[in-house]
Write a protein that binds this ligand. Structure first.
Ligand code: NDP
Ligand code: 8X3
Length: 251
């Protein structure tokens, strides 16, 4: 059975993707910090379908240990979904928290590259058709007030993905950067440090993407014929467009 390794599988996109793949005959390595959620996910499926490992993407050793500890039947790995990540803070510069900035850099950038390097040998071992899906965002290209370092981390993901694909040319490993817009998950609650009102307000009157929509796309990417590489894929709700209408008026 093919195997997918997912970071950030305790919530949102990662959890929906874990469930979709597990329901459709893949074995799933589900990782994240919240052990009780990992255990609940594992318990939803028959023994041996979901393997869980507690990983803090800011702690390189926990990534190393998770990969080293994979049981034989969860290796090689056919798809790496580098999904775990977060935004912290909504305020424009200079009203920002440098600790939040460092957490985003350590998670979204360093966590992603460390995971990629640990899992890469197991992707190579899977042979033709293996794939990496890196979680970008429209925030990497669309500037908005308060996007500052979050958007910067996702711009890194975009360029790293293209450079990774270039370096891996000839290795038969596909690389995609998946770039969603507004989606409903725990993302905004985390970003606002638990502000329920701000979370509700963001989604009011719009029909956002759902985690299941993203899971469908990851499934599509991972199951293309081995000679097909989709380099980047931007997806938004129908109701969301890139805006150039923001101007600052002097009077
Ligand atoms: P959620 O908050 O619902 O899920 C985030 C996941 O990332 C959780 O499973 C969380 O696990 C994990 N995570 C966060 N920090 C760490 C860490 N230090 N170590 C390990 N895991 C971590 O949000 P989404 O599902 O929406 O977000 C998933 C990805 O999608 C993120 O990279 C986000 O930037 C991106 N994205 C989200 C969009 C949106 O509008 N929702 C749009 C575009 C991109 P745990 O806390 O258990 O560790
Ligand atoms: C999440 C989408 O627009 O809130 O990456 O930054 S956005």
């Amino acid at each position: 059975m093919p195997v997918i390794f997912i970071t950030g599988a305790t919530s949102g996109f990662g959890a929906a993707t874990a469930r979709l793949f597990a329901r459709n005959g893949w074995k799933v390595v589900a990782t994240g910090r919240r052990e009780e959620r990992l255990a609940a996910l594992r318990a939803e499926f028959a023994e041996g379908v979901v393997h869980t490992a507690q990983v803090d993407l800011m702690d390189r050793q926990s990534i190393v240990a998770a990969v080293a500890g994979l049981p034989a039947d969860f290796r090689p790995i056919h798809c790496l979904f580098n999904n775990g990540g977060l935004a912290l803070g909504t305020r424009p510069i200079p009203d920002v928290d440098l600790d939040d900035w460092n957490t985003m850099i350590d998670t979204n950038i360093k966590g992603l590259i460390h995971t990629t390097m640990e899992v890469l040998p197991l992707l190579r071992a899977a042979g033709r058709g293996a794939s990496i899906v890196n979680m970008g965002s429209v925030a990497q290209r669309w500037a908005y007030p308060g996007g500052n370092v979050y958007g910067g981390t996702k711009a890194f993901v975009h360029q790293f993905s293209h450079n990774l694909r270039t370096d891996l040319a000839g290795a038969d490993i596909r690389v995609t950067t998946l770039e969603p817009g507004l989606a409903k998950s725990e993302f905004t609650l985390v970003r606002t440090h638990g502000d329920e009102a701000a979370n509700e307000a963001l989604y009011e009157g719009v029909e956002p993407l759902l985690p299941e929509d993203i899971a469908d796309i990851v499934w599509f990417l991972a199951t293309r014929p081995a000679h097909v590489n989709i380099a980047s894929l931007e997806v938004t709700p129908v109701m969301q467009v890139a805006g150039a209408s923001r101007v600052v008026r002097k009077n």
